[in-house]
Design a protein around this ligand. Structure first.
Ligand code: SF4
Ligand code: ZN
Length: 307
């Protein structure tokens, strides 16, 4: 007896490569690719339209998500000659990890004919992520890493004339962030997830509606090799615990991640967005937009200098 499962699309007889438990559907490779790209287009329309003449900066780490995203963007917008793309990679200085993914980023950018700019913590701030981690601060390394990476991305995107910044956050990333902020009761951050302040280059997260596993499968289908190296600091973060928990939930109750995202979207209509009531502050050290007198990045820089 042949047990090969077939694609659920009408009239398609191809063997399925995936079973989406949350939707109950099976897809063959072609229809799976189509489904992912449909979700991406829908998400982009929902968040923020790409406009005529946009210069789009893509945050490219060299991992599967950002590589698949760059591939997809080039595919979706292949006939939009008015758009310009460039990629930004940030080398945090994590031995045995980032140098390898940066190499991958270079290969992907070259193949897709996108100009790539690489910036490092070491050059921009004077220290590496490994040096921060070796200090044994109370917070997990990811806390510092995220702040400093965003700083570089925002600053460089602006400097290089980007009108949109695109990041590869997938459904899992987004739902983790939502849950982390729920757990911490951080209403302000929850609101900021939706709308950012006008001083920053607007951000789009096209993969927000695609589960991490499907991004990986899409990457495979697109011929992007998956890497098995992980950041050595990832498992120390609170996010890591939340990720494991969410995956367990999803396994036992398929659809949990989408349901959390939808719940957040409904709730977010009632959340304060980009802090309209607060007066715009500028960091007294670096002069960039900040929620407080000294921005988080400058706080970290000061902390590193003190030690
Ligand atoms: Fe940085 Fe954490 Fe990501 Fe590693 S896992 S690159 S420390 S944010
Ligand atoms: Zn600052």
């Amino acid at each position: 007896m042949n047990m090969t499962l077939r694609c659920s699309k009408r009239k398609c007889k191809n063997p399925a490569i995936i079973h989406q438990k949350y939707s109950g559907l099976h897809f063959c490779e072609d229809h799976f690719v189509e489904d992912v790209e449909r979700k991406v287009k829908k998400e982009m329309r929902k968040q923020l339209m790409v406009e005529h003449g946009d210069t789009i900066a893509v945050a490219l780490s060299g991992g599967k998500d950002s590589s698949a995203l760059l591939y997809m963007l080039k595919k979706i917008f292949h006939n939009r000659y008015d758009l310009e793309f460039f990629a930004i990679s940030v080398d945090e200085g994590i031995n045995g990890f980032r140098s390898l993914t940066i190499k991958k980023a270079e290969t992907v950018a070259k193949e897709l004919e996108v100009e790539l700019f690489i910036f490092s913590f070491e050059k921009e701030f004077g220290f590496t992520m490994d040096e921060i981690a070796s200090k044994g601060f109370e917070q997990a390394p990811c806390t510092f890493c995220g702040v400093l990476r965003r700083k570089i991305l925002d600053r460089k995107a602006k400097e290089f004339g980007a009108t949109k910044v695109v990041t590869a956050h997938n459904l899992d990333d987004e739902v983790q962030t939502i849950l982390i902020n729920y757990i911490r009761g951080d209403i302000e951050r929850l609101g900021r997830l939706r709308g950012r302040r006008a001083e920053f280059v607007p951000r789009i997260k096209p993969l927000r509606g695609v589960p991490e596993k499907e991004v990986a499968l899409y990457a495979l289908a697109a011929g992007i090799p998956l890497s098995t190296i992980h950041c050595p600091y990832a498992s120390l973060s609170f996010r890591f615990t939340v990720k494991k928990m969410l995956n367990e939930f999803e396994m036992k109750h398929p659809g949990t991640k989408y349901s959390l995202l939808r719940g957040y979207e409904r709730l977010s209509e009632f959340l304060p967005t980009a802090q309209p009531a607060k007066k715009l502050l500028r960091c007294t050290r670096c002069g960039e937009a900040s929620a407080s007198r000294i921005c988080k990045a400058c706080e970290i820089i000061a902390k590193m200098k003190l030690d």
